[in-house]
Design a protein around this ligand. Structure first.
Ligand SMILES: [Zn+2]
Ligand SMILES: [Zn+2]
Length: 132
């Protein structure tokens, strides 16, 4: 989990081989040396809150591990999920629109048929009136 932004929030030491990092429930990160000097537990030197710590490694709790994911991979995964949702919803929207358009066309042709029928009836009535 070596990312460029990780550093000890207390001594600012950057990651290198054999340095272990810990995160506390207050959200602060400290290196093994600062943790050894009791600068993170039992009280966080930075925010003065009582702190419980966990080592930042592959076994880190899921709710904390999410902050250490590769943001590029996470963004691509999120965009792909958003795209799948948009595709699904627009497919349904298009299906519904197609149905509505067909319904409108059906009503339009029925209306045309009705006005043609009405014109025929009017013509026949006019013929009957003139012949009687
Ligand atoms: Zn440190
Ligand atoms: Zn803190």
């Amino acid at each position: 989990m070596a990312c460029a932004w990780i550093h000890c929030n207390i001594c600012l030491r950057l990651p290198s081989a054999n340095i272990r990092y810990f995160i506390s429930n207050c959200g602060h990160i400290a290196c093994d040396r600062c943790v050894g000097k009791k600068l993170l537990t039992p009280k966080c030197t930075i925010c003065k809150r009582d702190a419980k710590i966990e080592e930042i490694n592959k076994d880190l709790r899921e709710d904390l591990r999410k902050y250490f994911v590769n943001i590029h991979d996470f963004a691509i995964k999120s965009f792909n999920e958003i795209k799948a949702i948009i595709d699904f919803q627009s497919k349904n929207c298009r299906r519904l629109m197609k149905h509505k358009v067909e319904k409108i066309q059906e009503l339009q042709s029925t209306t045309i048929k009705h006005s043609e029928d009405a014109a025929t009836i009017a013509k026949l009535e006019a013929q009957r009136a003139s012949s009687s």
